[in-house]
Design a protein around this ligand. Structure first.
Ligand SMILES: C[S@@+](CC[C@H](N)C(=O)[O-])C[C@H]1O[C@@H](n2cnc3c(N)ncnc32)[C@H](O)[C@@H]1O
Length: 195
């Protein structure tokens, strides 16, 4: 997640191949910091928001989750479908209505969704989390994984390095018991949808 582009810029990026991830490294990282950390049983219905060209949606399916990927980039979704036939990908804007039933996912996960790289106290990020919470079953989880150096550096012309307190302030509006961790540049926030 080193580069951050405007949502429209990702079409070109994904057409050129997008990020190259190590399957082994990503598998073990997510086993440790996602599956074991949150004790997620196989078979959970999961929505990956901002799935890009689908690498992690496929990974989560291989881990035993019933995972659907969605992204605003039409090219990202097209490449995902080509790369991972048989997996379920849906193009959509996570700030607006998505074509899923409300309360139909146990987990929503998003890795590096662009909007969470900026102002977490602003209307855009808050509205997006509120919107996405609609698609989670009561008691289900919203999990965000995102790169930050924790410095609190917020330049006008680049992504923000939000602190864990920034992420906590954002997610505690949805779940006062939310958990926030940080592992080597990646913050992980988890909020539980109220019953
Ligand atoms: C830094 S990339 C992360 C991609 C992928 N999750 C990964 O970890 O490689 C950010 C992604 O957010 C997507 N995105 C930005 N705004 C979005 C929105 N409103 N709804 C859905 N996806 C969005 C972009 O299209 C892009 O694929």
């Amino acid at each position: 997640m080193a580069t951050l582009l405007a949502p429209t810029g990702y079409d070109k990026f994904y057409a050129g191949g997008g990020w190259r991830y190590s399957r082994v490294r990503e598998w073990w990282w997510h086993r440790k910091h996602l599956v074991r950390r949150f004790d997620l049983p196989r078979g959970l219905r999961m929505l990956e928001v901002a799935c890009g060209s689908g690498f992690h949606t496929n990974l989560f399916c291989r881990m035993g989750f019933d995972c659907v990927g969605t992204d605003i980039s039409a090219t990202g979704i097209e490449v995902a479908r080509q790369n991972y036939p048989g997996r379920n990908f849906v193009q959509g804007d996570a700030t607006a209505d998505l074509s899923f039933d409300e309360a139909s996912f146990d987990i929503i996960i998003t890795r590096g969704c662009s909007i969470y790289h900026y102002d977490l106290s602003g209307a855009t990020a808050l509205n997006m989390t509120r919107n996405l919470m609609r698609y989670i079953k009561p008691g289900g989880r919203f999990i965000l994984i995102i790169a930050t150096d924790l410095s609190g550096n917020k330049p006008v012309d680049n992504i923000w390095q939000n602190t864990l307190a920034d992420y906590r302030a954002h997610f505690s509006k949805f779940d006062p018991q939310c958990t926030i961790d940080w592992y080597r540049r990646l913050a992980i926030s988890s909020a539980i949808k109220a019953n």
